[in-house]
Design a protein around this ligand. Structure first.
Ligand code: SAH
Length: 343
C-alpha cells in the first residue's frame, strides 16, 4: 500500500522539507501552506497558482483531511452550538462553539476518549481509543467556522481528552494555529486545561508559548483528589502546585484553577481554606463550576452552592468566579454528546 501523508498536520518548515525532497522550490511550500491554512481549501485542484503537474504530485503524496459533521445542536437558551464530528476511521469527537462579549470561543477535543479516569467526567467512561492528529484538532476550528459562518477568536483545549497526554500533536497544532501564514492566532488567546501531568507542565513552560494553563484541581487534599481523579495518585497536589509555580515563574502567565463543585464532596469552608492556602502567593484565578450531572454518576451541585463557595473563597482573598453555564440544554459538557451517540 502506498503511504500518503496528512498534509494538514505539517508545520510550514516540515512542508518545506517535504516539498524540497520532491525537487520543488522552497517558496512553493509557503503557497501550499497558505492555501491550506489561510484559504482553507479542501482539494489540491483549488490551488490555482500551482501548476497542475505539482497539484497531481501533491495529490499522490498527501491527503487533505476532513471531518464529517454528523450532528449539530443549537442551544435555545444562549448562542452555544455543539458539533459532533466523525473522523475518517469512524470515531466521533465533540467541539463546542461559545459566544462571549469579546467574541467566539471554541472548545476542542484532543483525544478520542480519555485515559485519566476522573470520576465526574463523561469523556472517560467508555475509555480511551486514540489521540488526535494535529490536523484533526485544527479541522475542528476550520469546520466550526465554516458551518457557523463565525470567526473564532479564542480556543480552549477543554474538550474530550487530556491535551498533555497527546503532547507532541498538541504542540504541532499550536504551532500551525499561530503561524502568521495561516490562521495566525496569538497563543495568548488559547487556554490548555490539564488534570495535571506534571512532567509535561514543565515541558510546556519551557516552550513559553504564552498560553493560559488551566489546572483541573477539584479537590484540595490528596485523599479527596485521588478519589475523584486517579491521576493524583501518581503526582500528588504538592508536586502539581510546584509545577504550577514553575510555569508562572517561566512564563509570567497567571494560572487558572478549575474547581467543579460537588455537593458533599469538596464544598466546605475547610475546602475553601485549603484552596486559599494552595494558591497563596501565586497569581491565580479559580473558576468554580457547578458539577454537570452525567447520567452514570450521582454527583450534583447547583449555582447557589457554587456562589456560596465562591464568596467563601473571596472572603479568604482568592480571586474566584463562578463559570457561566453555557449550552446547559444541549449537554455542552465534556464527552456527553459522543456518549449518547455511540450508545
Ligand atoms: N483533560 C483535561 C481537559 C478536558 S476536561 C482536564 O482534565 O483538564 C475539561 C474540564 O471539564 C476539566 O476541568 C474537567 O475536570 C471538567 N469536567 C469534566 N467533567 C465535568 C463535569 N461533569 N462537571 C464539571 N466539570 C467537568
Amino acid at each position: 500500500m502506498i503511504h500518503i501523508k496528512d498534509i494538514l498536520s505539517l508545520e510550514l518548515r516540515e512542508l518545506e522539507d517535504a516539498l524540497t525532497a520532491l525537487g520543488e522550490k522552497k517558496f512553493r511550500a509557503l503557497q501550499v501552506f497558505e492555501w491550506l491554512h489561510k484559504k482553507r481549501v479542501t482539494s489540491f485542484d483549488e490551488m490555482t497558482n500551482i501548476s497542475s503537474v505539482l497539484r497531481d504530485k501533491l495529490g499522490s503524496e498527501f491527503f487533505i483531511g476532513r471531518l464529517k459533521p454528523v450532528r449539530q445542536l443549537c442551544s435555545l437558551v444562549d448562542p452555544t452550538k455543539k458539533f459532533l464530528f466523525e473522523l475518517s476511521d469512524g470515531n466521533h469527537i465533540e467541539t463546542v462553539l461559545m459566544s462571549y462579549e469579546h467574541g467566539y470561543s471554541l472548545c476542542v477535543s484532543t483525544q478520542v476518549g480519555c485515559k485519566m479516569g476522573c470520576r465526574f467526567c463523561a469523556s472517560t467512561i467508555a475509555g480511551f481509543k486514540r489521540s488526535l492528529e494535529p490536523s484533526e484538532i485544527l479541522l475542528q476550528l476550520y469546520e466550526a467556522e465554516r458551518i457557523s459562518g463565525e470567526k473564532v477568536s479564542s480556543i480552549v483545549l477543554m474538550g474530550i481528552g487530556e491535551p498533555l497526554d497527546n503532547f507532541d500533536n498538541v504542540i504541532k497544532f499550536l504551532r500551525i494555529l499561530s503561524d502568521c501564514n495561516g490562521t495566525n492566532m496569538s497563543l495568548r488567546h488559547v487556554s490548555l486545561s490539564t488534570c495535571g501531568l506534571v512532567e509535561r507542565i514543565y515541558d510546556l513552560a519551557k516552550l513559553d508559548f504564552g498560553l493560559t494553563l488551566s489546572i483541573s484541581l477539584h479537590a484540595v487534599t490528596d485523599k479527596k483528589r485521588s478519589e475523584l481523579m486517579p491521576v493524583n495518585k501518581k503526582y500528588g497536589i504538592d508536586r502539581l502546585m510546584t509545577a504550577c509555580r514553575d510555569y508562572f515563574a517561566q512564563t509570567g502567565r497567571r494560572i487558572s484553577f478549575e474547581y467543579a463543585l460537588i455537593d458533599g464532596e469538596n464544598d466546605t469552608l475547610e475546602d475553601a481554606k485549603g484552596l486559599a492556602g494552595l494558591v497563596s502567593g501565586m497569581p491565580a484565578h479559580v473558576n468554580i463550576i457547578p458539577v454537570n450531572k452525567i447520567k452514570e454518576r450521582e454527583f450534583t451541585s447547583n449555582r447557589r452552592s457554587a456562589h456560596r463557595f465562591c464568596e467563601m473563597l473571596k472572603g479568604l482573598g482568592v480571586n474566584a468566579t463562578v463559570r457561566r453555564t453555557l449550552g446547559s440544554d444541549i449537554d455542552a459538557a465534556c464527552g456527553q454528546l459522543r456518549r449518547e451517540y455511540e450508545i
